[in-house]
Design a protein. Sequence first.
Lengths: 311, 184
Amino acid sequence: MTWKSKDLLTLEELSAAEITHILDTASSFKEVSTRSVKKVPALRGRTVVLFFHEPSTRTRISFELAAKRLSADILNVQTASSSLVKGETLIDTLKTLESMTIDALVVRHKSSGVPQMLANITKATVINAGDGSHEHPTQGLLDLLTIREHKGKIEGLTVTIVGDITHSRVARSDIRALNKLGAKVRVCAPPTLIPMGIEKMGVEVFHDLDKALSGTDVVYVLRLQLERQKNNLFPTIREYSMMYGVNNERLKRAKKDAIVMHPGPMNRGVEISSGVADGPASVIDEQVTNGVAVRMAVLYLLQGESNEKPS
Amino acid sequence: MAPKIKALIMEARDMDRALTRIAHEILERNKGIQDLVLIGIKSRGEVLAERLAAKIKAIEGTAVPFGAMDITFYRDDAGTHKPEKAPSPTDLPFDVNKKKVVLVDDVLFTGRSARAAIDQIIDFGRPTSIQYAVLVDRGHREFPIHADYVGKNIPSSSKEKVLVHVKEKDGKDEVAIAEAEEKE
């Protein structure tokens, strides 16, 4: 498979074959992280800018580690410490960076569509590290890799996503990728946290957690974005937890070998109980490990194509 | 389009004899299997390393450890050239420190793969020595690299393709020269 796009902006734009190719490549990179010298020279001399305009720990660290393990040079540009606080526009900041010849830009922004906009005006590779409530493609990819490792395949599985679907870019990336690879996706939340018309994305909507979990292969718990609570989308955190919190008792309705996933950071005792998060079905730590491998694969596959078009 | 075969160079029994000879040469030169490990370069070098290990075991009565390495991430064109196939994981089930490593590949051509493989081995540790065994040496070196063990020297035009088939991957054992493929 030859890589055509210079950017990774959404999983919507990728074909099933392209997604599978990234996952296969990531499996090889996973081995690199188990070596004593955790580094290969594949991106030596390339400059990767981590352009984060929203708080992030694991995604930024994961991208940084991924780039370092490929021998790339890293620049961290964060809103609080950049000229953006002096009133510089995002585009001018990008132009400044571009004048210093960077190769790749990893963008996290609170507004949907910012990575697309930047990709249109720069020659550098742009990787979306989460934009508003739109998409978080590398999270979707690492989730798929984790599911594939445990279930051997994606096709034919039933995946239940529980939580705030409306505000979740993770859910959107997961739904798109899972559908492309042939899984059945259910979403479960109170009606206020499920966007109108979500069925058009090819999901089945549930408001009853026990029904949604029945016979499912994968339980994907989303973080309850507590900062949204002031919008009165649900009465109280306690009530949400009682109705939609995943605990060991409710997990019994899923298949015996079901796995439980969470993109982090977790609100223990709210959307997920500690018993489940630390229990035998939890693959949350593996998701983090796979995140580095998937980001190495994405950086590796996208780099080079933009600078040297085949003649 | 499948490349057009011009000449069949080695059949299954020729390949087997060449590997038997290489196994003996490795043992002779290293005076047995003390500290010896075999590393195949994926994908066909892996198969050949496994066969050499089996032959060495048959001769000496003791197994010699073998592993396989994918060199994609160490290629000198890793930044610009992306292979069609996803790379596969490197699998070295031993420590290379203080080992006599025999690197195994199917074809020696420009020497660039060997350079990448040597660099990768060094990242895993400091072997006592690295030797290089190939089934076919087709010439046209671009790097100062030579093989210690060669199954067959095949003079070829740099535009031709030398195809090594192994039955584990391709259903048959054979070495052939094919017409150059049209450049896209």
